[in-house]
Design a protein around this ligand. Sequence first.
Ligand SMILES: [Zn+2]
Length: 304
Amino acid sequence: MRCACLDGAAGKVRWMDRFALAARATLLAASLTLSAACGAESQAARTPAPAGSDGLLVTYVCNDGFMLSIAGKKILVDALFDDERDICRTLPDAAAPDSGVDLGGADLVLVSHSHWDHFDPLVVGDYLLANTRTLLVAERSAAEELAARFDAYERVRDRVRVVDPADGEATRITLDGIELTAVSAPADVPNAAFLIRVGGATLFHTGDVNLEAAPRIGDYRLGQEGIDVAFVPYWYLLDDKGRSLLDGLIGAADYVPMHYAGENLNGVFAAVRRRYPGAVLFTAAARTWTRSIDTASVAPRTSP
Ligand SMILES: [Zn+2]
């Protein structure tokens, strides 16, 4: 069985293509809908957030793309790109009933950097046109690409915030109910990582960080931020060296590996399960994971 949203031998339409085409061709007058939602996998014991609570709902989009829903807020991170290389394929595993995942109406869209597998200026631009309340926070090179290539940029520019923190520095943006901190987390290109406080949760999305090469990532003392869930490149969950980097630099309670779209998924998943059995693995697009947030303990923890 397979998720209804997924491509298969019989289904030529990939959902990401459908999203991109819809975004470009229809002005997204209607909501953007994926047609399946399935549960994420974790070998750790989880307590699903009760329906109607302020728990965190994470929906996997593709690659580094996620939708984060909590306390009535919806945040998209690195989720709006054009799958021009067909990397958004998924494992042919368990199906789920159609339940519809609506990517529209986000309060906030975050872009870590301008690589095609994280960001497409036309998809993002059309999304902003169609979702008139959405604010975009984008790393400088992505924002510049949006301004240069999206014809209707003047119609959305007042909702674009550019972040370009220098190494060791941070840019803070406070929105209604969301506190966002962008930090410098470079790899081979400038890259912003996002610390997000929303609904009592503290979330961290690294984008394409190279934790070994990012010279001053330790300056941020992220371990003291009380990060509940960190979204990190999967290769840091494959060996003891990666684990010590995560423990030493991020110190999150839960890790969601990412950036495995287009890779040998069975090999990746097996390796992560072996070395990091508590990791939250999304093995198919549109899968979801719920997590309770203890709002009584939102004060930052002290790092070890
Ligand atoms: Zn990437």
